[in-house]
Design a protein around this ligand. Structure first.
Ligand code: ATP
Length: 235
């Protein structure tokens, strides 16, 4: 579904991504592990069309994403839920969710159906629909951010650190919802620092260090790998 071949990304003279080759297959839940600054967000931005690779190729199904505008990448079915949520705090929860439906603005029946599906995933947002998004708890705001991304009807959903800053109980709930989104048919690429929880729901994972991919494997391999356990799980 998604394929990166030898992708480099530079910020001026600084090379943030070096020779990244990876795949995400249809239906998978793939986790990207890495410390702060390893390059996870840059990788997501390159796939989303927000930064341009200096070299290499990014393909989603039959489309080359390298030179596509970010809005065209969303229309192609690749939607990112950015780190930090980036909601419109004064606008209502419902208005925030509907921002995600902009790419499908001519299909109001489809948007209504999708909204019902999103509210089934996040029932609490139904109760809070008319409240300003900024008045919600951190966990609820993260739900709005994921819900908004789902309103764009992604075939590949990219989640950047969805558990950041959330209480442990809310983190658990968030990973359950991500797993549910995946099992309902959306392919997921998930960047996480919370390695153990992320690996438990993953099919496969990649590990990034200093802009390089250094390890790849399925869930069992990653959970059993000593290097991964020492660096990311702490056991
Ligand atoms: P985090 O989880 O902290 O966001 P990350 O793994 O997502 O970390 P990136 O944000 O992709 O890492 O950053 C990778 C490297 O690129 C870091 O060294 C960072 O300082 C650098 N970097 C990121 N954005 C820019 C930018 N706009 N200009 C220059 N350097 C940048």
């Amino acid at each position: 579904m998604l394929r990166l071949d030898h992708v480099d990304v530079c910020y001026g003279s600084f090379k943030a991504l070096s020779d990244i080759s990876m795949t995400v297959d249809t239906g998978e839940l793939v986790v990207l592990l890495g410390a702060n600054g390893a390059g996870k967000s840059t990788l997501f931005k390159a796939i989303s069309g927000l930064v341009r690779p200096a070299s290499g190729d990014i393909r989603f199904e039959d489309k080359h994403l390298n030179d596509m505008k970010a809005s065209a990448v969303v229309s192609a079915g690749v939607v990112q839920c950015a780190e930090g949520r980036e909601l419109f705090p004064q606008m209502s929860v419902l208005q925030n969710l509907m921002m995600g439906a902009y790419v499908h603005r001519r299909d109001s029946a489809g948007n209504k159906k999708r909204l019902n599906e999103v509210l089934e995933l996040f029932p609490i947002l139904n109760d809070k629909a008319d409240q300003p998004a900024g008045s919600l708890s951190g966990g609820q705001q993260q739900m709005v951010a994921i819900g908004r991304a789902m309103m764009s009807r992604p075939r590949l959903l990219m989640l950047d650190e969805p558990s950041l800053g959330l209480a442990p109980l809310v983190v658990k709930q968030m990973f359950e919802i991500i797993q549910q989104i995946n099992s309902l048919g959306t392919t997921v690429l998930l960047a996480e620092q919370n390695a153990f929880a992320a690996l438990k729901i993953a099919d496969r994972a990649y590990v990034m260090e200093n802009g390089h991919l250094v390890l790849e494997g399925d869930r069992e391999m990653m959970l059993g790998n000593e290097q991964v356990r020492k660096a990311y799980i702490g056991a």
